[in-house]
Design a protein around this ligand. Sequence first.
Ligand SMILES: [Zn+2]
Length: 442
Amino acid sequence: MNGTPRGDEADLLLHGGRIRTFDAQGSVVDALAVRAGRIVATGRDALRLRAAQTLDLDGRTAIPGVNDAHLHAAWLGARWPHLFFSETPPHEQPSGRLVHTQEERRDALRRAWRLLAELGITSYTEPGIGPGEDEGETGCFGTAMMDAYLELHRAGSQTARVTLLRLFGELDGTADLAAFERGIRTPKPDTDLRWLAVTGVKIFADGIPPMSTAWVSAPYPDGTTGALLPRGADGALHAYRRMISLALECGEQVAVHATGDRSIEEFLRVLEDRPASGSAPHYVVHADLASAEQIARMRAVGAGFAVQPLIAEHTRAWAGAQLGPARAAAAWPLHEMIASGTLTTITSDAPIATPDWRVGLDASLALLDRDDAGTREQLLRRVTVDPARQDGADSWKGTLEVGKVADVAVLDEDPAEPGRAIAAIGISRTIVDGRTVFAADR
Ligand SMILES: [Zn+2]
C-alpha cells in the first residue's frame, strides 16, 4: 500500500496454465501480472516482471471473473441454501419475513458474497432495491437493505462488485406512476462506482408465461393476453411508457422485466423514440417471447437482454401448456440473440435458480442443442464480457487485458473444451481486484 511499485515489479503473477483473456481476438496467454489490482502485463511481458507473489496455475485455466448480470444477492443470502428450483419441497421453503434487523441484512449479504466467491463470481447486478418494497413480505428489497449495502460498501467489506438497480414499485408486482416519479427524482447515494454502482432502475412490465401473465399480442389458448403491471391515472400503458421515459430523462439505465412480446414491443417503441441515453445500455430481463424482429431492433437501439436459460429448462414443459406448441418452440430465443450480436447476458436470477453459472451454461448448451469450442466461448462471453457492457463498465472490467481490473476465476479444467459438463469443472480460486477471495485448497 505504501508507495507505487517500480515498473518492473508486480504484486501477483499468474503462470503455468491457460489464461483465456476474452479480448476481441479471443487471445489465450500463459502469464498475467497484476499491480495494485490492475492487470499490468500478459504473456512474455508478464514473465519478465519480478512478482511479490506467484501463483502456479498447474495446468488450470483462468478466465475473467464471472459477472451474474441478474442475481438477487440479498434474497439469495437470506434464503440460502434454499432455492426455488431445487429439491427443497414447498413446505420447507422459507416464507414470510426473512430478515428483521440490520445485522441480519448485513449477514444475508455477507453469506451471498461468500457463496459467490466460491463460484468464481466477481461482479453481479442486484436487480431492484428501494422504497417500493419497504413493506414487502421478505424484507430483502427495501430501503433498509440499501442501507445495509451502503454500510458494508463503505466499510470496504465487499468481495464482489455490485451494480444495483433501484426499485420504486413492488418486486414482481405493481408500481404506481406517481410514486415512481417521486422516487426516480430522489438523488442516488454517493458510492465508489468500482464497487457499488447504482446505475438505474428496474421496472416490472408483466408476469411470466407459465402463469399466462406475460403480456402477449396473440392470445393464450384460454383467450387471455396477460396484462401490464404499472398503474396510473391514465391507464397501464401510459404509466409503463411514462416510467420508461422518465427514467431516460433522468439519465438512468432502464431494466424492464418483460417476458411477453407486447411488453417488449412497448419498451422498444419508447427506446426508438429517444435512443442512446445514459452511460449503460438499457435492457429487457427475461425476454422469453422476444421475436427475431424485436431482437434486431434491440440491437439497433443499442439495448440488450438478460436471459436465464436454466429457468427456461425448469419451466419449459409448464410454459408449453400455456403457450401452445408453436409459441413454446420459439420461446427463449438464445440462438437468435447471440447470432444477431445483440448484447446478451446469461444470468441466474438466483435464488429462483442456482447462482452456479456452470449449471446455467450447461442449460444454455442444451437450449442451443450444440456443443463445440466456439459455442462455449460465446456462452462464456455472455457471463463475462457482455455483463461488463451491460454494467457500462467494459472499459475497465470483463476481460483479462492490460489496464483492466484483476478479477479472475481459476478453473480446474478449460470450460471452452467441448464434451464435458461445465458443472463438473471445479473452481480453484477467485481473485477480485488482485486479491484472492476464495481458494479451494485453503
Ligand atoms: Zn429477478
